[in-house]
Design a protein around this ligand. Structure first.
Ligand code: HEC
Length: 115
C-alpha cells in the first residue's frame, strides 16, 4: 500500500474518532474547492486536478502565520479571505468567486487541517 493511502486511512480514522462533524465539514470543503475551481490557480492536496501555480500552494495552510501576507491565520480570517479577497487586500490577483459564507467556513476547515 502506498504511503499516501496509509496516511489517508490514518487521518480518516483519527478524524472520525476525534470529531465526526469536523471531518464532515472539511470533506464538504474539499468538494466546494472543486466546485469553485480553486484548483485552476492553486495546488491543493486532496483536491483532484488542483495542481496550478498561479497562486501560492495551499499544502501547509494550517501552519502559515499569515494569510496572503496580511491577515493573521485563523479559521475565521481564512473564511473571510476566501469570501472576499478583494476586501481584505484590494487589488490582489485572487478574484471574488461568490463563495457563500457556509462554503467558505467548510473550505477554511479543510485548509486549516493541511499541516
Ligand atoms: C484566478 C486565480 C485564483 C483563484 C481562482 C483562487 N485563488 Fe486563491 N489566491 C490567488 C492568488 C494570486 C493568491 C495570492 C494573493 C495575495 O497574496 O495577495 C491567492 C491566495 C490564496 C490564499 C492565501 C495563501 C497564502 O499562502 O497565504 C488562500 C487560502 C486561497 N488563495 C484560497 C483560495 C480558495 C479556497 C479558492 C477557491 C474558492 C481560491 N483561492 C481561488 C489566486 C487565486
Amino acid at each position: 500500500m502506498s504511503r499516501f493511502l496509509i496516511f489517508l486511512l490514518l487521518s480518516t480514522v483519527m478524524l472520525g474518532c476525534s470529531n465526526q462533524e469536523h471531518s464532515d465539514a472539511s470533506k464538504r470543503g474539499r468538494d466546494h474547492m472543486q466546485y469553485y475551481g480553486c484548483g485552476s490557480c492553486h495546488t491543493i492536496p486532496g483536491v483532484p486536478g488542483a495542481h496550478a501555480t498561479v497562486g501560492p500552494p495551499l499544502d501547509r495552510m494550517g501552519v502559515h502565520t499569515y494569510i496572503a501576507g496580511t491577515l493573521p491565520n485563523s479559521p475565521q480570517h481564512l473564511a473571510s479571505w476566501i469570501q472576499h479577497p478583494q476586501q481584505v487586500h484590494p487589488g490582489t490577483a485572487m478574484p471574488e468567486l461568490g463563495v457563500t459564507s457556509m462554503d467558505a467556513h467548510d473550505i477554511a476547515q479543510y485548509l486549516e487541517e493541511l499541516r
